[in-house]
Design a protein around this ligand. Structure first.
Ligand SMILES: [Zn+2]
Ligand SMILES: [Zn+2]
Length: 447
């Protein structure tokens, strides 16, 4: 893998430069698919009604091991690969979550595993899942509903972070909605009594949500913005829209909070004599950790080692860190270390969660961002386009390749992973709050 590192580093940099957002990843998915095709994988595209989803498969029979890859960017995060804020162009998209590294490392691991299977005549099937729209589209929820994980035994994946962590942490389950209020327009001075303000409903709802915030469990996260607040000061707003996401690590607890959010919305409509329409825009499960896969990944990550900066990368890291709040800044050399396997919650959400309730899933984190740099920032975008991110990507690719090969060499580990899955699930099943008939919000390329 070390000998071919340059090829995959260059591939990750091309995807970083293209930076296509959710459901627009036409070039990025094709770059990864063609790399896998060239390595001998069979490619199926347009999965689950998503043109930028694909599955690359090699081998036959059991076990079937899935490696998950993402490649979507974020709007508004375009940034040069330098340690100072300098957007390339205005309001362009950028790889602030490092998915250019994520997809490339996963493809590199899948290709390496395939070559090992071929050389050692081991039985089984290795697949790469090209998963679109992680950021804004619940791509893996739609893939799961298409049934493409049903014959898989284990899924392996990773995520860029500021540390190397083969842990058993969970994430936040979430649900988001577009709350649309409709009232009656009127001249705001001549006949205000004839108007019923949709914006008033949004303001009352948001106030009720702020009151609610005190009375929910501490791990809850609620965030919203007003997507439409009217169109003119002198017109009573006929239409107004609030977009909100609520998160909690435990899905049943989240269900209860969600019901109370709906009451806040209904209260806004009731008080203002407007009507409310709700569209659930997305919903993700928390990650169900897997002890077997975490232990295996931990051993492999330790043999791979962490990320070692050269002199130029150290200087880059120091410049970036000088711009961050210094309070609570982690040690610079955590990038070089591997964290122990530890329970806990990472306060973000991922559609890997929905896969993890279907099949045993191992997700690791690798130090692609300078310690202290959070994802979804210009700093993380910069890291994902240069040596630091690329070195972290190789730690992830090597760890996943070793872990995948272990599963093929010792199929008993696949059974163990299943037992851990059943133990953690403990009879619970997860039902997504995304309506069963919800379609992926795909975008077709201009003709
Ligand atoms: Zn993200
Ligand atoms: Zn991400």
């Amino acid at each position: 893998m070390e000998q071919r590192a340059d090829r995959f580093t260059a591939l990750s940099r091309r995807i970083w430069e293209i930076a296509e957002i959710s459901f627009e990843e036409y070039q990025s998915s094709e770059l990864l698919a063609s790399e896998l095709r060239g390595a001998g994988f069979q490619i199926k595209t347009n999965i689950g009604g998503m043109p930028t989803a694909f599955i690359a498969s090699w081998g036959s029979g059991k076990p079937v091991i899935a490696i998950l890859g993402e490649y979507d960017a974020l709007p508004g995060l375009r940034q040069d690969a330098i340690p100072e804020k300098r957007p390339i162009g205005m309001l362009g998209s950028g790889h602030g979550c490092g998915h250019n590294l994520l997809g490339t490392a996963s493809a590199f691991a899948a290709i390496t595993i395939k070559e090992h299977l071929q050389a050692s005549a081991l039985k089984g099937t290795i697949r790469f899942y090209g998963c679109p729209a992680e950021e804004n589209g619940s791509g893996k929820v739609h893939l799961g509903r298409a049934g493409v994980f049903d014959d898989c035994h284990v899924a392996l994946t990773w995520h860029p972070d500021d540390r190397n962590e083969p842990g058993v942490k969970t994430t936040l389950a979430n649900v988001g909605g577009y709350f649309r209020f409709r009232g009656t327009a009127a001249h705001a001075a001549r006949a205000p009594e004839k108007g019923r303000s949709a914006l008033d409903a949004v303001m009352l709802m948001s106030h009720a949500v702020e009151m609610l915030r005190e009375h929910v469990p501490a791990e809850t996260r609620i965030h919203f913005f007003v997507a439409n607040g009217g169109s003119a000061e002198n017109v009573v707003p006929e239409f107004s829209e609030l977009r909100l996401i609520v998160r909690h690590p435990d899905a049943p607890t989240l269900d209860g909070i969600w019901k109370r959010i709906l009451k806040c919305a209904e209260a806004g409509a009731l008080a203002t004599e407007t009507t409310l329409e709700l569209e659930i825009s997305g919903s993700l499960a928390n990650v169900l950790p897997n002890d077997t896969l975490a232990a295996l990944s931990s051993a492999n990550m330790r043999s791979v080692g962490g990320v070692l900066y050269d002199a130029a990368e150290t200087e880059f890291a120091q410049k970036l860190r000088a711009l961050l709040p210094q309070e609570g800044l982690p040690d610079l050399n955590i990038a070089a270390r591997v964290q122990p396997v530890q329970e806990g919650v990472t306060f973000w959400s991922t559609d890997v969660g929905d896969v993890s309730w279907r099949i045993p899933t191992g997700e690791i984190r690798a130090a692609t961002f300078v310690p202290g740099v959070a994802p979804h920032t210009w700093q993380s975008t910069a890291c994902a386009g240069m040596g630091i991110g690329q070195k972290g990507m190789l730690v992830a690719a090597k760890t996943i390749a070793l872990t995948g090969i272990d599963l093929f060499l010792q199929p008993v580990l696949v059974d163990e992973a299943r037992k851990s899955f059943d133990r953690r699930r403990n009879g619970r099943s997860y039902v997504s709050k995304l309506p069963p008939d919800a379609k992926p919000r795909v975008k077709f390329p201009p003709k």
